[in-house]
Ligand binder design. Structure first.
Ligand code: ATP
Ligand code: MG
Length: 589
């Protein structure tokens, strides 16, 4: 039991100027966090209580999922990362933690980094400790601080530079066993989010820089989320937009036969899809080919899309061409022979076709059949360009952004789109890391094999804020029972009245015995201020004790998520409140 007057829960009437979204404003106003600097926060005592509750639920469920807790260093020798498969991609987001002798002559490897995640630490550890199939499968987890130098930290704890993550790593003898571990963790995640009291949906996800064979993200649906989820209400299909596909091109779709000879025509001043769609050319965007020059580890390649489509850059990861970025105009002209705006991929028109790592066509250009594209001659275009006859395609794939309204890939019903906050992620990694770090095991025939890995992450601090984003009203936070900093708030309207404090303590003790955490608001503030703060900090059950009520022999109770106030007879109040608490606690546990 805590007394507010002696506790530290500094509430604010106004939100800080940098808080754009409701949950960020409420985190600060309710006194849960304080900012040190961009993306760096102190968890104030109330905020820390919520973090500890989420952490404990996470620990229990991940243990249920078969994982064993350990704790790894946050400072990593850069060497581990240099040896790993993603130093190039990950170094940008890593804080460097050079030691005092860094760079001095004769100092050993001078460079340390702060861990953004721990594959590069756990894999060598497991290699050193496990060598026989008898010791597999194993799954290790920790709940600890992670460091990422995010380009744009924002929205409070949502995208921070230092944050708390549960990270787990599974090691199995083969794919089949690894998939079992994956599904156990998926079930553990579902149980975790349910107990925390937040709705999080598993969606198919891109494997990105982690590589790996398949993956799911857990998304909390929210307008302020950084991700787009494409989903179908009929079939249950759901995927991150980066990974989503649609049934736009029917299976077995036949590309139209050539219509006529390719014809060059002048398009003075016209260098955009939109320009070509207007008078006097009138070529609809979905009848044009869009040619993009990209660089993969600094080697150029082309992507052809319909003029009406957008590139989903994450999908280019499947090509295995390294770190991908758009080419600059200076890089484009010598390769293509023209400036951006007049580009195309018609055979024989590309100036230095031999420099290209490939010409990759998006499936949807099949729907164009015969279309118009740039001539690789500034301000000239070509018409009657046939996909099969004329384009210099070396590979096909799905590279476009799926839009709401397109047919679901599994049932054909129109797809929908909504924003989501990624609170967790699970990957089936395969053997990428174990091969890199030589983490192998011996089978019963003395045969050596790389271990099959999975990796798993839950943003603990991001989840805390996602709960608030999903569970608040105009007056403040509405904490789900299991993660509320306190479950019961006892408001003393006349804090100087000795009898009031003693009744509060009796009720508080009964509530604690029933499994609730209790905060007594004994501050010398007006009732109006106390009720406002009670709504703001969002403790689920409020008990109000006032001098007048005591004379009448009653106390008042109110649930944060309900409007109505009920009166309890003073004599029965401790027992009745204890029952309310144990009823709630039982539902959650
Ligand atoms: P995002 O796409 O949001 O940048 P990520 O895909 O890089 O996240 P993972 O490497 O999958 O993140 O990390 C696992 C979990 O850690 C994420 O699902 C998320 O909940 C949390 N997380 C990642 N980055 C941050 C951050 N900067 N601040 C707070 N939580 C984060
Ligand atoms: Mg992720």
């Amino acid at each position: 039991m805590k007394l507010w007057s002696q506790y530290s829960a500094p509430t604010l009437k106004k939100s800080p100027a940098d808080a754009e979204i409701a949950s960020h404003k409420l985190l600060v106003r309710a006194g849960l966090v304080r900012k040190l600097s961009g993306g760096l926060y102190t968890y104030m005592p109330m905020g820390l209580r919520v973090m500890q509750k989420i952490t404990q639920i996470c620990r229990e469920e991940i243990e249920n999922g078969g994982a064993i807790e350990l704790w790894m260093p946050h400072v990593h020798p850069a060497e581990n990362w240099q040896k790993g498969p993603r130093w190039g991609a990950a170094r940008e987001i890593m804080f460097r933690a050079d030691h005092a002798g860094a760079g001095k002559k004769g100092s050993p490897d001078p460079e340390f980094v702060l861990g953004p995640t721990h594959e590069e630490v756990i894999t060598p550890l497991v290699k050193a400790e496990i060598s026989s199939y008898r010791d597999l499968p194993k799954n290790f987890f920790q709940i600890a601080t992670k460091f990422r130098n995010e380009i744009r930290p924002r929205y409070g704890l949502m995208r921070a530079r230092e944050f708390v993550m549960m990270d787990a790593y599974s090691f199995d003898v083969d794919d089949e066993s690894s998939i079992v571990a994956y599904h156990k963790m998926k079930a553990a995640y579902e149980a975790f989010f349910k107990r925390v009291g937040v709705l999080a949906i598993a969606v198919e996800a891109d494997t990105g820089v982690m590589g790996g064979s398949f993956s799911h993200e857990f998304m909390v649906p929210a307008e302020v989320g950084d991700d787009d989820v494409i989903y179908c209400e009929e079939s249950g299909y759901a995927a991150n937009r980066e990974k989503a596909t649609s049934g736009l091109v029917p299976a077995g779709f036949e590309i139209e036969a050539p219509a006529a000879e390719v014809e060059k025509f002048a398009t003075p001043g016209v260098t955009t899809i939109k320009g070509l769609a207007r008078d006097p050319y009138n070529v609809p965007a979905d009848q044009q080919f869009k040619t993009l020059v990209m660089m993969g580890d600094d080697r150029p390649f082309l992507v052809i899309l319909r003029g009406s489509d957008d590139l989903e850059e994450a999908k280019l990861g499947t090509l295995g061409l390294g770190i991908v970025r758009p080419a600059t105009p200076e890089e484009i002209e010598p390769i293509m022979g023209a400036k951006p705006g007049s580009l195309g991929a018609v055979k024989g028109t590309i100036k230095q076709a031999d420099k290209l790592a490939g010409v990759f066509a998006d499936e949807a250009i099949k729907l164009v059949g015969n279309g118009t594209t740039g001539a690789n001659e500034t301000e000239f275009h070509l018409r009657n360009v046939n996909v099969t006859r004329d384009l210099a395609i070396t590979g096909w794939g799905d590279f476009r952004t799926v839009k709401a309204g397109e047919p679901c890939p599994s049932c054909g019903a129109p797809l929908k789109s909504r924003r989501g906050i990624e609170v967790g992620h699970i990957f089936k990694l395969g053997t990428k890391y174990s091969e890199c770090f030589d983490a192998t095991y011996m089978d019963d025939q003395k045969g050596s094999h790389p271990m099959v890995m999975g990796c798993y992450g839950i943003g603990i601090s991001r989840t805390m804020q996602a709960v608030i984003e999903q569970s608040h009203d105009k007056d403040g936070i509405v904490w789900p029972w299991a993660v509320a900093p306190f479950q019961v708030l006892i408001c003393l309207l006349d804090p100087k009245l000795e009898e009031a404090l003693s009744v509060a303590k009796t009720i508080g003790s009964a509530a604690e015995r029933a499994g609730g955490d209790v905060l007594i608001d004994d501050r010398e503030e007006r009732p109006g201020v106390k009720f406002k703060d009670a709504d703001l900090v969002g403790i689920p059950l409020r008990v109000t004790i006032g001098g007048r009520g005591l004379k009448e022999g009653i106390v008042e109770v109110k649930w944060r998520h309900e409007a109505e106030v009920s009166k309890l007879p003073l004599a029965d109040a401790p027992e009745m409140i204890a029952q309310m608490v144990s009823g709630k606690s039982a539902v959650i546990a």
